[in-house]
Write a new protein. Structure first.
Ligand SMILES: [Zn+2]
Length: 384
């Protein structure tokens, strides 16, 4: 069963829905008309057998996902068997079409799947050992059909299409029963643990608000009660006023190394006007995000001659929590601390959650500003 329902999330992107052989959803985000769009997955796939669980850590007040079924997922396939490349006769991949621009599909090995929260079940030893089904949704976002492309080398129009896909999926997953937070992210590089080389990211629809988000919301509530201000907005204003950690900016977005950065190179991108998630950004703000994000990634790549193992996370307000002050932002970090050297999470970080950063944020910001602007139109504060 295949459905085709062209929709237009923006003037420039056309959406086609399809269904994969095992029932998963696949969505094309087309920048131009593709004659060869294939909506029928010809493969014969066994049914997806999900089965993750979330367990409550009563000591830290956090949910932790258990997804043992993911151990069988595809691990570093050869390039000619890439499941994210367009399908060919020899390689019937996850994407049935011979080409695509941006495509999103449900992960065959999801950490979260299914609708509804599912009732919390107490363990034999009582309510301190609660668990629930790991409901939610996990999707894969392919940024380009080119297996060897670098995200930073993609045209700005493509990054804009990726943002359109992120926003579209944020709206869709937010409406799914049981999803409490939508997280769009990208892991890059084998050092990060990426198992597929093809340029892609992921989207999680969590059945809970993630621990970092919950902590920031608690801080913002306390700050609001104490000062009447918006914590995120005041931090942004403070960074702009100080200026020493600003990396790049444009009319709608500001990129800075946070005052208490944990990673050797860590850049946060904030919209100048509050939005709680990507769906609240207008078209102009999405254009400006595409420009600044590619600029920041280019600067981070320019700092090292080695490859850039990196993580990009789109931090959005939880779907149902009371989080009026939450401020959408992107956090981009690399675990590279110097040429040929990686920052590992060792004793203090892994055991205690207490980070020790090897580069001060002001030095990191200056080095990022000193990288010649990889794209025109975005300037660091020194260029003002
Ligand atoms: Zn590929």
């Amino acid at each position: 069963m295949t459905t085709s329902s062209p929709a237009s999330p923006s003037a420039t992107v056309t959406k086609f829905m399809a269904q994969m052989a095992d029932g998963r959803e696949l969505i094309y985000f087309d920048e131009t008309h593709h004659e060869d769009r294939v909506l029928i997955d010809p493969r014969d796939l066994p049914e997806v057998v999900p089965g993750s669980q979330v367990r409550y850590d009563a000591l830290l007040g956090e949910w932790v996902a258990m997804a043992g079924h993911r151990q069988t997922r595809i691990y570093h396939p050869p390039a000619n068997a890439c499941p994210l490349c367009p399908s060919t006769d020899r390689n019937p991949s996850e994407i049935p079409s011979p080409s695509y621009d941006v495509v999103v599909f449900e992960n065959r090995f999801p950490s979260f799947s299914g609708t509804g929260q599912g009732a919390a079940v107490n363990g034999p030893a009582g309510w301190l050992f609660q668990s629930r089904p790991g409901s939610g949704r996990c999707e894969v976002v392919c940024f380009t059909s080119d297996h060897n492309a670098l995200l930073s080398a993609l045209p700005q129009s493509r990054m804009r299409t990726v943002i359109e896909a992120w926003a579209d999926r944020t709206a869709a997953l937010s409406a799914q029963d049981g999803v409490e937070q939508v997280f769009c992210f990208e892991n890059r590089g084998v050092e990060i643990g990426v198992t597929l080389a093809h340029p892609h990211g992921q989207i999680y629809g969590y059945p809970f608000a993630a621990p970092k988000t919950a902590a920031a919301i608690r801080s913002a509530r306390e700050y609001r009660a104490r000062t009447g201000g918006n914590l995120f907005g005041d931090v942004l204003a403070g960074e702009i006023a100080d200026g020493s950690r600003i990396v790049a900016e444009n009319e709608h977005w500001v990129a800075f190394v946070p005052f208490a950065a944990r990673w050797p190179v860590e850049v946060h991108l904030y919209p100048r006007i509050q939005a709680r998630d990507l769906t609240e950004l207008d078209s102009i703000a999405r254009d400006a995000l595409a420009a600044l994000y590619l600029d920041v990634i280019g600067r981070m790549e320019g700092m090292f001659s080695d490859s850039l193992p990196a993580i990009t996370g789109v931090h959005q307000a939880p779907v149902h929590a009371d989080a009026q002050d939450y401020w959408l932002h992107l956090e981009v970090l690399t675990i590279r601390r110097a040429e040929g050297k990686i920052k590992y999470l060792a004793g203090s970080e892994s055991a205690m959650g207490a980070f020790v950063n090897d580069i001060t944020p002001e030095v990191a910001a200056r080095r990022l500003r000193d990288v010649a602007a990889p794209r025109p139109g975005n300037a660091g504060p020194d260029a003002r």
